[in-house]
Design a protein. Structure first.
Length: 344
């Protein structure tokens, strides 16, 4: 049984969510709160699996509450708010503060069949993230054991659920260092991705924007794969790394696919590549990370026990694709040290 705490300052919306959840025998609403402060007073006693959270509330508000939940509690956070439409900067802020997923609140919440189906699916997905996943116990190589003696040609990063907060933690530690080109695949609604790029540039100073067809990747820049197409890398006759965008043939569960990017990185960059797999549901990226390792590159993954969603890093560890396993911020510390040593 999934335990849900509903946090919203509107009694009407709290009632509508309770009614939706009451029709599902596997979900129980264990409490309601009309403010962030009230929610904090209930979280410890109720121990919900999932918190549905409005953003615009009096007092502390939803964004700060999301940050507190991620810091002090184990509940998963589903933001359900009229302020998080899929093209909004608020949606990015919610994800960077620690929200696991977002859903726009429609005016006809109670009678909207698409919303009902979406909120039930997302709550079940988030609840399922707490199920322990098998982790390979192979001894891990410390960061000082990174093999390559040369400055890397590329840092490729993949993330999904919980990925934006992990990416932010990692980038915060390499900010200010000489860095290779950074290429990111983040599973997310396509309309949010440009705002994520904008936010990362504002916070970390890396020139960040969406990757485009035929672009040549340059050191000190960060590019995010656009939604709805696959991205891969190839090396041109001058040895430059070039972005290629491709339509999906209808067979991939994730578009863009982290596996496809990592496999192309293994082929184009080989031992001078770094692959990093962050928080996410499922196993996208695990096989691609193994390709990078087999090509002689360095492979890192967020520690499953600290990831918001342990599925992707756990899958990669299970395939023995990962050489270094650390919390997201510690991955950034290790990379910063590595970049510093090899750029001097």
């Amino acid at each position: 049984m999934t335990r849900v705490l509903v946090v919203d300052d509107s009694r009407t919306f709290r009632k509508a969510l309770r009614l939706i959840f009451s029709r599902s025998p596997d979900i129980a609403v264990v409490g309601e709160a009309e403010s962030a402060e009230e929610a904090l007073s209930l979280l410890g006693a109720l121990s919900p699996d999932v918190v549905t959270l409005d953003i615009e509330m009096p007092g502390m508000g939803g964004l700060l509450l999301a940050e507190r939940i991620r810091t002090d509690f184990s509940a998963r956070i589903l933001v359900v708010s009229g302020q998080t439409h899929l093209g909004s900067r608020t949606a990015v802020e919610a994800l960077l503060k620690g929200a696991h997923d977002i859903l726009e609140k429609p005016a006809d919440m109670e009678t909207n069949p698409l919303f009902r189906a979406s909120v039930l699916r997302k709550v079940r997905e988030l609840s399922g993230m707490s199920v322990p996943l098998p982790v390979c116990r192979e001894p891990l190589v410390p960061s000082s054991g990174m093999r390559s003696r040369d400055f890397p040609s590329l840092l490729a990063v993949g993330g999904s659920t919980g990925g934006p907060a992990s990416l932010s933690a990692l980038l915060g530690k390499i900010s200010g260092e000489a860095v290779p080109p950074v290429l990111v695949v983040q599973h997310m609604a396509p309309a949010i991705l440009p705002h994520l790029a904008e936010r990362l540039q504002q916070e970390f100073g890396l020139e960040s924007r969406m990757a485009f067809q035929g672009e040549i990747l340059l050191p000190g820049t960060l590019r995010i794969a656009p939604g709805g197409v696959h991205i891969r890398l190839e090396k041109n006759g001058k040895g430059e790394l070039v972005v290629r965008l491709e339509d999906d043939a209808g067979h991939s569960p994730h578009v863009p696919s982290i596996d496809r990017l990592f496999e192309s990185v293994a082929h184009a960059v080989g031992e001078k590549a770094i692959g990093v797999l962050l928080s996410g549901l499922g196993d996208d990226g695990a096989r691609g990370l193994l390709s990078i390792r087999k090509a002689g590159g360095e492979t890192l993954a967020e520690a499953p026990e600290t990831a918001a969603a342990p599925g992707m890093p756990s899958a990669a560890i299970g395939l023995k694709a990962v050489q270094h396993v650390l919390p997201a911020a510690s991955l950034g510390v290790a990379l910063a040290e590595w970049f510093r040593e090899r750029s001097s």
